[in-house]
Design a binder for this molecule. Structure first.
Ligand SMILES: [Zn+2]
Length: 363
């Protein structure tokens, strides 16, 4: 068995209401010139967190500028402001874009390195500032991963920094924070999680230590994604998807993703598609293309999605592939906001009246 390295936050806290644990945690840190990085949609929650941190003795400033997938220019502006207030502790509270920016701000706040020199694997030279992440969507896994993505608008390309220095010092996953996420975003981010887990499990670098997270993440998506899309207040579903996102994120460092993500980045960069939408468009086709390379593993994914065993592993895997074709087929319903097809594709393919396997059988 090949050697594998897991990089995880030193402190990983999971549970409803654990935002309060974050307040206690930051109060104990030496670095307390806190920069709360968030988006306008999470402003109320972020400001509440900020006032609690202030009450515990931290100096708190805010950045609410990350309200879409971040570009190089957005990052440069955010970095200049963070440096101006001399922040040395970054608390990201938001979706994957917010967390990615918080991670990069923490790395570059006190660094001489240029962001352009860090794109790639292992090129980041260090991180001096403290870094805390609180995800408010269930999807990107950024809360535990060593990855961060920025859009290079001139090149129309999404570029990634992958580095151990981007793994947060502490992550607080509070499913209560995801209750207000709109259905379309829940669907898109959930399909990103599903893609992380499927790509890790069917990856040629797949590893038994990661398989457990990947397969369980697929099962959780099958059980809870449609429920979370239909009813945002379904806390059991929100908690299930928060776990799925975490498991997907734990796959991202040691095994990482594959063709869906490789193709999704240029697709998203060119057409300004949200990351989860780009993945969902490609997932079915890549699943079918890769299937014959490892039938057993694709059959295991199909089973984790709820496909009943067929006569052979190939048939089971194909049923999973046809079923994931249900997601791809939703592209026909793609409206400008991306909402219609994501919600309908998600509902049709992940439970509801027809389970994943049943949908495949009906095709
Ligand atoms: Zn992803």
């Amino acid at each position: 068995m090949r050697t594998i390295t897991f990089l995880q936050p030193t402190r990983l806290v999971f549970g409803q209401g654990c935002l309060e644990d974050c307040v206690e945690y930051v109060a104990l840190q030496a670095q307390r010139r806190v920069r709360v990085v968030s988006s306008r949609s999470m402003r109320r929650v972020a400001e509440e967190l900020g006032s609690k941190l202030t009450a515990k003795g931290s100096t708190v400033t805010f950045d609410f500028s990350i309200d879409r997938e971040p570009t190089l220019a957005m990052f440069a502006a955010a970095l200049a402001e963070a440096r101006a207030v001399n922040a040395n502790c970054f608390v990201g509270i938001g979706g994957g874009s917010v967390l990615d920016v918080a991670k990069l701000l923490a790395a570059f706040a006190e660094s001489e390195q240029k962001i352009e020199e860090s794109f790639g694997i292992g090129l980041l030279t260090g991180r001096a500032a403290h870094l805390v992440c609180l995800p408010t969507t269930a999807g990107t896994g950024s809360e535990v991963s060593p990855n961060a993505i920025l859009l290079d608008e001139a090149a129309k390309l999404k570029k990634g920094v992958i580095s151990p220095f981007l793994v947060p010092d502490a992550t607080f996953i509070d499913p209560l924070l995801t209750r207000t996420v709109p259905a379309a975003v829940t669907a898109a981010t959930g399909l990103d999680t599903l893609t992380h887990c499927i790509e890790a499990y069917t990856n040629k670098f797949a590893h038994p230590l990661v398989d457990v997270y990947a397969l369980e993440g697929v099962r959780l998506c099958a059980a809870y994604l449609a429920r979370a899309v239909r009813d945002g207040e379904d806390l059991e579903a929100r908690e299930g998807m928060a776990r799925a996102s975490l498991y997907g994120g734990l796959c991202l460092g040691p095994v990482n993703t594959a063709a869906v993500h490789a193709l999704a980045y240029p697709l998203g960069g060119e057409f300004h598609l949200a990351h989860g939408v780009s993945n969902a468009v490609l997932l079915a086709a890549v699943f079918r293309f890769n299937l014959e390379a490892d039938v057993e593993r694709h059959a295991a994914v199909a089973a984790a999605l709820g496909v009943a065993p067929k006569g052979s592993a190939t048939q089971t895997a194909l049923a999973g592939g046809r079923s994931s074709g249900g997601v791809g087929a939703g592209v026909r319903d793609f409206d400008e906001s991306g909402q219609l097809w994501l919600v309908s594709g998600c509902s049709a393919s992940f439970g509801g009246q027809r389970g994943y396997g049943d949908a495949a059988a009906a095709e």
